[in-house]
Design a protein. Structure first.
Length: 138
């Protein structure tokens, strides 16, 4: 399977999201890298896309996560380099305690979601409940 670059894969994923019936608009969130606003009939959400070519681990800055979640419903899309590789995780679920999210040692300003971490593993939790695009608009 050929793996796409981050830019190619993000564009492909966003085309898929734009084609979802309940989604009226997808636009880049001004001033935020890899963040889009999804508009539906029931309101809007922020979508933060995290990419890992090998689909093994993802990360984010604690400060960015906190700022995006203030006053917004935030959803994370963890995408791999292959077509169809994605997990959709609402921010509240990501920080609920169901996932092992260690803080990176260097500086402590970032969290890391690695599929092999945790008991049960993050990968198991992701596969059991976060493989459906409908989580973007529920």
């Amino acid at each position: 399977m050929t793996k796409m670059s981050a830019s190619q894969r993000r564009k492909q994923f966003l085309r898929t999201v734009e084609d979802l019936e309940p989604i009226n608009a997808v636009r880049s969130e001004k001033g935020e890298r890899n963040v889009w606003r999804l508009s539906t009939d029931s309101g809007s959400k922020l979508l933060w896309i995290h990419y890992n070519k090998h689909f093994k681990f993802f990360g984010g800055a604690w400060t960015k996560n906190t700022n995006l979640a203030k006053g917004n419903e935030l959803v994370h899309a963890f995408i791999g380099g292959g077509s169809g590789e994605y997990y959709i995780v609402p921010d509240a679920d990501l920080h609920s305690g169901d996932f092992s999210l260690p803080t990176q040692k260097k500086g402590g300003g970032h969290w890391k979601l690695e599929k092999a971490y945790g008991k049960p593993s993050n990968g198991t939790v992701l596969e059991q409940g976060y493989t459906n695009l409908s989580l973007l608009y529920e």
